[in-house]
Write a protein that binds this ligand. Structure first.
Ligand SMILES: [Zn+2]
Length: 193
């Protein structure tokens, strides 16, 4: 169990289409634990396995429903079966620090996959949770949220993204140290997956 470094824009693993998991065994369960610990340490609300360098179709999500309750999900081999409606909302990404933009996505989705025990699950989600699921499934396909912006917006972000790819991180970027616990979440952290 460990907090692993989150891979940053420009790392080829983020562009790899992750492979289906053959069986939910101990290795996959350990991966889920690491994903959850890493997500919390980085104050994220979702994380896909290739963001920590493992190109397998596994994602975790923990998003707020209200002040006290959260939806906590681990999905293996997730597939988006249905998409309904469309909605624009702000997104950021742990792999693209310093960039937040509005992205248009389906308002509701139905996702099927396996849970952390290997059982089939079907998740019906809307709004924020639906957005998080679409963002993470995109990661597993090697797609980043910046790919979904208009060409004008992408052009506007080009230099910022090129700098990240060269390893130039924003001045205020503070990755957690290995073993460090979760810090308090700032408002902006709710839109980082
Ligand atoms: Zn992301």
């Amino acid at each position: 169990m460990a907090v692993r470094p989150v891979r940053i824009y420009g790392d080829p693993v983020l562009r790899q289409k992750a492979r289906d998991v053959a069986a939910v065994d101990d290795t996959v369960r350990e991966l889920i634990v690491d994903l959850r610990e890493t997500m919390k340490a980085y104050n994220g609300v979702g994380l896909a396995a290739n963001q920590i360098g493992v190109p397998q179709r596994v994602l975790v999500i923990e998003v707020p429903i209200d002040e006290e309750r959260r939806v906590r999900l681990a999905l293996v081999n997730p597939v988006i079966r249905e998409r309904h409606g469309s909605e624009s909302g702000e997104e950021g990404c742990l792999s693209i620090p310093g960039v937040w933009e509005d992205v248009t996505r389906a308002q509701k989705v139905v996702v099927e996959g396996l849970d952390g025990e290997g059982k089939s699950v079907r998740v019906e989600a809307e709004g924020y949770l639906a957005r998080a699921l679409q963002h993470e499934v995109d990661h597993l396909d090697g797609v980043l949220f910046t790919d979904r912006l208009s060409s004008l917006k992408r052009q506007f972000l080009r230099r910022q993204l090129e700098a990240l790819a060269r390893g130039e991180l924003p001045e205020d970027y503070r990755p957690p140290r290995a073993g460090g616990g979760a810090k308090s979440r700032s408002a902006a952290s709710w839109s980082r997956w």
